[in-house]
Write a protein that binds this ligand. Structure first.
Ligand code: ZN
Ligand code: ZN
Length: 403
C-alpha cells in the first residue's frame, strides 16, 4: 500500500449536518478493540494459514450474543447480524492475513512469529470491524436489514481469499460491499478515493535469463546474463515513458535482479521479477504485450535464452459512484468535515475488487500516521485512529440500510 501523491480538502458544503442520532458512538468498545488488535498483531499468520486468527475472530463475534457466525472457507469468517425489521443486505470487509516480513517495530506486542508480521495493518482492519460488529449488535432492535461482516483470509497472496469466499455463494444476497484500508495519512483522516478506478491492477512477471558461463576475463567465450538483464531493465523503462499514453497510470518496477557469486565469473543465469500496476484494461494489455516483446527481442539480441512467466493479479477496485457519495457523507456525519479528504487513487492493489462480481463496491482509506509505509518492517500505526475508522464503518452501514 503505497503512495498518495496529493490530498485536497473536500468542499462539502452540500451536505447538511442534521441532528442525526450518534449516541451509538458512546458504545464503541475502544479498549476491547485495542486488546483484539494487539492480540492479532502479536500472533500474525500468513495468507491461507489464518487458522488461529479466524478462530479468535469467530469466538469474539460469538461473544456478542446475537451474531450468526460462519466459517465459509477454511480460514475466513463471516458474521451475520439480522436487524429486527427486514431490509437490504450490506457487507463490510476486513482482511486478516499477515506478511512474510520480520517485524522491527520494537513494540511490546510485536509479532512472536519469526518472519511474519502485520506490516499492512490487517490486524487493525480486523479489530475495527469487530468493534463495528459489536456496536451494531447493540442496535439490533432498531436495525433495518442485514449486515454481513466479512473477515477475509489471504488478501496478500494471489489468487487471494476473496474469490474463495465468493465461490461459496454465501455472499450472493449482498447488495453493496464496503472495505477500508489503513494508510500513511494523518491520524484519523478518512480518505475518499475517486469514483471508478480507485486502485491499480497488480500484475507480475518472473524471468530467468540463461546465458553461458565463462571466466570473467574471457567474456567472448560466454553469454553474459547480467549484461543482458541490465539492458533489459533499461529497455523496459521505455514502455511507461514512450508507449503509454500520458495521463494513463502505469508503473513498472523490476524489484528483483539476482545473478552471480564471484567477481571473476560470468554466471549461467540471472533471475528477474517485476510488478506492473495499471488502472485501465487497455494499458494493462499494452504493458503485457510490450514487456513480452522487449524481453524476447533484448534477450535474442544478446544470444541468451529465457523463461518468462507473466502473472495477472488483482484487477483495479472500481468505486461505485453512489456508494462513494454515501461513504463520504457518512464519514463527514460520523467524524466531522475536517476529518474527510478526497484522495487520489492508490497504486496498491486489492482483491477487494473481486466483490464487484456480486454487487457494487466502495473502498475507503483511514489515516494511521505518517511514521512508516505499509509493507515496511517498521510499520506502526496510531491506534487512536481506530475511533474514526469504526465511526465511519458503522455510519456507512446505517446510512446504506436506511436510505
Ligand atoms: Zn498489503
Ligand atoms: Zn493490505
Amino acid at each position: 500500500m503505497k503512495k498518495l501523491i496529493l490530498l485536497t480538502l473536500s468542499v462539502l458544503s452540500q451536505y447538511s449536518f442534521g441532528q442525526d442520532n450518534t449516541l451509538w458512538q458512546n458504545s464503541i468498545p475502544m479498549t476491547k478493540v485495542i486488546e483484539w488488535r494487539r492480540h492479532i498483531h502479536q500472533n500474525p499468520e500468513l495468507s491461507f494459514q489464518e487458522n488461529k486468527t479466524s478462530k479468535y475472530v469467530a469466538d469474539v463475534l460469538k461473544s456478542f450474543g446475537n451474531i450468526q457466525v460462519k466459517q465459509i472457507t477454511k480460514t475466513s469468517v463471516i458474521g451475520i447480524l439480522k436487524g429486527n425489521s427486514p431490509g437490504k443486505t450490506v457487507a463490510f470487509r476486513a482482511d486478516m492475513d499477515a506478511l512474510p516480513i520480520q517485524e522491527e517495530t520494537g513494540l511490546p506486542y510485536a509479532s512472536v512469529n519469526a518472519n511474519v508480521s502485520h506490516a499492512c495493518g490487517h490486524d487493525s482492519h480486523t479489530a475495527m470491524l469487530l468493534g463495528t460488529a459489536y456496536t451494531l449488535s447493540k442496535m439490533q432492535k432498531n436495525l433495518k436489514g442485514t449486515v454481513i461482516f466479512i473477515f477475509q483470509h489471504a488478501e496478500e497472496k494471489i489468487p487471494g481469499g476473496a474469490l474463495d469466499m465468493i465461490k461459496t455463494g454465501e455472499l450472493d444476497s449482498i447488495e453493496a460491499f464496503f472495505g477500508l484500508h489503513v494508510m500513511p495519512l494523518p491520524v484519523g483522516i478518512i480518505g475518499i478515493l475517486p469514483n471508478g478506478p480507485a486502485s491499480t491492477a497488480s500484475d507480475s512477471f518472473f524471468l530467468t535469463i540463461t546465458g553461458k558461463s565463462s571466466h570473467g576475463s574471457m567474456p567472448h567465450l560466454g553469454v553474459d546474463p547480467i549484461v543482458t538483464g541490465a539492458e533489459l531493465v533499461n529497455n523496459l523503462q521505455t514502455i511507461v515513458s514512450r508507449n503509454v499514453q500520458p495521463g494513463n497510470l502505469a508503473v513498472l518496477t523490476v524489484g528483483k535482479f539476482q545473478s552471480g557469486n564471484a567477481p571473476n565469473v560470468i554466471p549461467e543465469r540471472a533471475e528477474l521479477a517485476a510488478t506492473i500496476r495499471t488502472t485501465d484494461p487497455e494499458t494493462r494489455k499494452l504493458m503485457e504485450t510490450r514487456i513480452k516483446s522487449i524481453v524476447e527481442n533484448t534477450i535474442k539480441t544478446n544470444n541468451a535464452s529465457y523463461q518468462l512467466d507473466y502473472v495477472l493479479g488483482y484487477p483495479p477496485i472500481y468505486n461505485d459512484e453512489k456508494l462513494n457519495a454515501l461513504a463520504k457523507a457518512s464519514a463527514i456525519k460520523a467524524t466531522g468535515l475536517d476529518n474527510v479528504v478526497d484522495s487520489p487513487s492508490i497504486t496498491a492493489s486489492e482483491d477487494f475488487s473481486y466483490y464487484k462480481k456480486i454487487a457494487p463496491v466502495c473502498f475507503v482509506l483511514l489515516g494511521v500516521g505518517n511514521d512508516a509505509v505499509n509493507h515496511n518492517s517498521k510499520f506502526t500505526i496510531d491506534e487512536s485512529a481506530f475511533l474514526n475508522g469504526i465511526k465511519t464503518e458503522v455510519q456507512i452501514i446505517l446510512d446504506f440500510l436506511n436510505q
